[in-house]
Design a protein around this ligand. Structure first.
Ligand code: HEC
Length: 147
């Protein structure tokens, strides 16, 4: 049941192909979705015990998250709120806070990659929870409702 539900949820946000004429908002949204689907959610399945935990595979996904997590933040040029973008103007009016949230997030991602190598599942769950919390902290402040 859970597996089917998750498959449906993931199918609903299939990885969209990137196009040369994408706006920065489209480029970063695709990068966020890629990060979610290729590493964050597969790890989440193991953390929530809905998929078997495999130490080597999990460590690889945590390592991949380091690269994928940095990518969206390369595409936030000033005022790039176009189309269906959920970016809030506060990203550019409170740049220090946005930067701090991003840094805290990337640090939690680095930490997860280190902890993942240990294979200590209790520590991994805690570290994964800290990453999830840093997604939420930033979304609460800087991501608006769906359009
Ligand atoms: C420092 C801020 C920040 C962090 C950290 C962050 N996000 Fe986001 N995220 C945003 C913003 C802003 C948008 C909206 C971008 C847009 O629409 O232009 C967004 C959009 C997204 C989207 C695109 C679809 C949607 O709902 O808008 C996904 C998926 C997503 N984030 C997942 C995550 C996940 C998962 C994490 C943590 C692993 C995370 N984000 C961490 C700021 C952040």
């Amino acid at each position: 049941m859970n597996k089917i539900l998750t498959a449906l949820l993931l199918a609903a946000i299939a990885i969209p192909a990137a196009h040369a004429d994408d706006t920065p908002a489209e480029v970063r949204t695709k990068a966020f979705k890629k990060m979610l689907l290729q590493s964050f959610e597969p790890m989440g399945m193991a953390v929530r015990e809905r998929a078997p935990y495999n130490q080597a595979q999990f460590a690889q996904q945590a390592e991949a998250l380091k690269t994928l997590a940095a990518e969206p933040f390369k595409h936030f040029p000033a005022g790039s709120i176009t189309g269906k973008s959920r970016a809030k103007p506060e990203i550019w009016s409170q740049p220090a806070k946005f930067q701090a949230d991003k840094d805290a997030f990337l640090k939690s991602v680095d930490n997860l990659a280190i902890v993942a190598k240990s294979g200590d599942l209790a520590a991994i769950k805690k570290s994964y929870g800290q990453v999830a919390q840093s997604c939420k902290t930033c979304h609460d402040a800087f991501r608006g409702p769906e359009k």
